[in-house]
Design a protein around this ligand. Structure first.
Ligand code: SF4
Ligand code: SF4
Length: 231
């Protein structure tokens, strides 16, 4: 019957509306409307109730670990007294090749003898063209490019402010660990395992039986599984 569906829909909307206030009262009694970790976790999870309206930009909800916005470049944490750590990017160019809208430009470094240097001299991403697909991150063999959680990038000047250069793009590994702790841990476990395998191959030569190669620890296996599940 026409009209019944509309009434059902309105009833659901009304339920969420009322739930919002009930949930606010529930969490207010436990230390604040959104501003404690437990409340955020529940309200942003599957058990969240009500309408999630906040007074942005005065109020901001934290984003989940999977959130992906424009890319940044991972560097080592800077040594004491220095502004920048070593680039993880080797300037291989894979990200620029796979980027569907072609918004990455890289200028490879050059050694004094004229040979290519495995780090970028310049690295640009046009964030207005980037569609946040994450291909660059997925294809980078060096875990050197990641998608950020910083979504407040609007400005009045698209000519310069929206073309991020290497300095703007570079962020230390500690930042990646902070915004994506589980993913960063999974990547570190896999890198460690690859290093173990390389050392084993070097020690035992080509004729060694692969069955004797180092196996992933239980923790590493969990991390690998987690990584596979992640996307
Ligand atoms: S794929 Fe990774 S290492 Fe290669 S240029 Fe891109 S960010 Fe650098
Ligand atoms: S997220 Fe996608 S569109 Fe953006 S730079 Fe990476 S590959 Fe290109």
């Amino acid at each position: 019957m026409y009209g019944l569906g509309i009434l059902k829909g309105m009833a659901i909307t009304m339920k969420h509306f009322v739930d919002s206030y009930l949930d606010d009262i529930f969490w207010a009694a436990r230390g604040g409307r959104y501003y404690n970790d437990e409340a955020l976790k529940v309200r942003q999870g599957l058990k969240g109730r009500g309408v999630k309206t906040v007074f942005y930009p005065e109020e901001k909800l934290s984003v989940p670990e999977r959130f992906r916005f424009v890319p940044f470049l991972v560097t080592e944490d800077p040594p004491p007294g220095q502004k920048w750590g070593k680039d993880w990017c080797t300037s291989c160019g894979i990200c620029a090749k796979v980027c569907p809208p072609q918004c990455i430009w890289i200028e490879r470094g050059v050694q004094p003898n004229g040979r290519p240097k495995p780090e970028p001299n310049e690295f640009y991403i046009d964030i207005d063209i980037c569609m946040n697909c994450g291909f660059c991150m997925e294809f980078c063999p060096f875990d050197a490019i990641k998608l950020d959680h910083d979504y407040e990038l609007a400005s009045y000047d698209r000519t310069t402010a929206h073309i991020h250069d290497k300095e703007r793009l570079s962020k230390p590994l500690s930042y990646w660990r902070e915004i994506a702790p589980q993913k960063a841990a999974a990547e570190a476990a896999i890198r460690d395992h690859v290093e173990d395998l390389k050392a084993w191959k070097k020690e035992h030569g080509r004729d060694a039986d692969p069955a004797d190669a180092p196996q992933l620890s239980e923790e590493h296996t969990k991390q690998l599984f987690y990584r596979g599940e992640y996307y």
